[in-house]
Design a binder for this molecule. Structure first.
Ligand SMILES: CC(=O)N[C@H]1[C@@H](OP(=O)(O)OP(=O)(O)OC[C@H]2O[C@@H](n3ccc(=O)[nH]c3=O)[C@H](O)[C@@H]2O)O[C@H](CO)[C@@H](O)[C@@H]1O
Ligand SMILES: C=C(OP(=O)(O)O)C(=O)O
Length: 417
């Protein structure tokens, strides 16, 4: 199994380009099951999760052609299977997003409970609530999930929590349902808007994506489209913290700055200087940072997917900070690993109290999930000595070329087998 080795690095300098967003690319790839003509996607990141979902699409009868430069061509005219293979479903959470498209296009879908990052129980009750409201029967048995309906009919659905995945799955099911569907308390993440824009290009009728109420009018069929995936706001945020933690001065390209307002605001509170210029950000770190408190929330709040990386930064900031995780109930698994590197962190339920230390020390550590892995790389950049990170397959799920990009910025990082 490969490992990533990180050594104490100089302040990062230079320019890095952010890839297309994993959390946009995955639902959009799932949604490509809905189109009956050629679909061309651009700026798709090169990630293990993308490989998996492309395999899922191919297993269902879609033609998938991948090109070097993040371009994927898909044709789902001959979609002919409604069952997904267990071994692919178990690899990632987002694989469950094929359920809505299959149900609405074929009238039936059968999959297994999705795998993915172990950051909470991650139930799928809200997805199923939506499918049922549209008239589907659902059956969950021994980890298998089946949904079927002769015809889906639009309805009004209230989500008890603005779940990103449930909003996406229900939106995809509703685009071919009869009549109007309204999703209330919908997730408002930029990735929801990107998916809605893509579906609209295919011919769907969707209004209100990006607000808490999404209105979908079902259409008879969807066609094809060319679409570029939006930049990855979490990857951008991770490089921002990399500059902040090393006292660096870097320029990050291909950023939609309005998508990462809370990360910009919080980093400024630590004392970092951040300059915005079109789709570029310059992040200038300081030698001694202020501790700041963070509370994760659904968009437009501070993203849970940036919590672990911020925790690394707070571990070496001046004073005490409190990080509260409100989105997932078990997303502090990186704490034990950061403690192995000398961080002073205490967990109290959904809060972590971090007492900043002067320095961290390199250690053998384990990426317990995707962002935990990123947090360990960030900590490794300023830790004395060498940090060896195991279970890096988590990192490969979500960061396109992370060693290459960091090396270009002057970081000492490499992979061993
Ligand atoms: C592929 C993708 O886009 N992943 C993102 C997506 O995950 P994902 O779509 O899985 O996250 P959700 O927004 O659905 O989950 C948020 C909370 O809602 C709960 N919940 C969710 C669904 C459900 O049916 N019942 C239920 O109780 C979850 O357990 C969790 O506590 O949004 C998360 C929250 O921003 C991000 O961290 C993930 O990176
Ligand atoms: C939790 C994440 O992803 P997923 O929902 O795919 O597990 C993430 O991107 O941080």
């Amino acid at each position: 199994m490969s490992k990533i080795v990180v050594e104490k690095s100089p302040p990062l300098k230079g320019t890095v380009r952010v890839s297309g967003a994993k959390n946009s690319a995955l639902p959009i790839l799932a949604a490509s099951l809905l189109g009956t003509e050629d679909i061309v996607l651009e700026d798709v990141p090169s990630l293990r999760d993308v490989d998996v979902i492309c395999e899922v699409l191919a297993s269902l009868g879609s033609e998938v052609e991948r090109y070097e430069n993040g371009k994927i061509k898909i044709n789902s005219a001959n979609l002919n299977k409604h069952e997904t293979p267990y071994e692919l479903m178990s690899k990632m959470r987002a694989s469950f997003l094929v359920m809505g498209p299959l149900l609405t296009r074929l009238g039936k879908a059968k999959t297994s409970l999705p795998g993915g990052c172990a950051i909470g129980t991650r139930p799928i009750d809200l997805h199923l609530k939506g499918f049922k409201a549209l008239g589907a029967e659902t059956d969950v048995d021994h980890g298998n999930i089946e949904a079927y309906a002769d015809k889906l009919i639009g309805d009004r659905i209230y989500l008890d929590f603005p779940s990103v995945g449930a909003t996406e799955n229900i939106m995809m099911a509703a685009v071919l349902a009869e009549g109007e569907t309204i999703i209330d308390n919908a997730a408002m993440e930029p990735e929801i808007v990107d998916l809605a824009n893509f579906l609209s290009k295919l011919g769907a009728d969707i209004k209100g994506a990006g607000t808490s109420s999404i209105r979908i009018n079902g259409v008879e069929r969807l066609g094809g489209a060319i679409h570029s995936v939006i930049p990855d706001r979490i990857e951008a945020g991770t490089y921002m913290v990399a500059s902040a933690i090393t006292g660096g001065d870097i320029i990050i390209e291909n950023v939609i700055t309005s998508h990462i307002k809370p990360v910009i605001a919080k980093l400024r509170e630590t004392g970092c200087e951040i300059w915005e210029n079109g789709d570029k950000l310059r992040v200038i770190g300081v030698d001694s940072r202020n501790a700041v408190d963070v509370k994760t929330l659904p968009y437009p709040g501070f993203p849970t997917d940036m919590q672990a990386q911020f925790m690394s930064l707070m571990s070496v900031s001046k004073g005490t900070s409190v990080v509260i995780e409100t989105v997932f109930e078990n997303r502090f698994m990186h704490v034990d690993e950061l403690k192995r590197m000398g961080a002073d962190i205490k967990i109290d339920g959904r809060s972590s109290i971090i007492q900043g230390v002067d320095s961290l020390t390199g250690a053998p550590v384990k990426a317990t999930d995707l962002r935990a892995g990123a947090a360990l790389i960030l900590a490794g950049l300023i830790a004395e000595g060498q940090t060896t990170i195991d279970h890096v397959y988590h990192i490969d799920r979500g960061y396109d070329g992370i060693e290459k990009k960091l090396t270009k910025l002057g970081a000492k990082i490499y992979r061993t087998e």
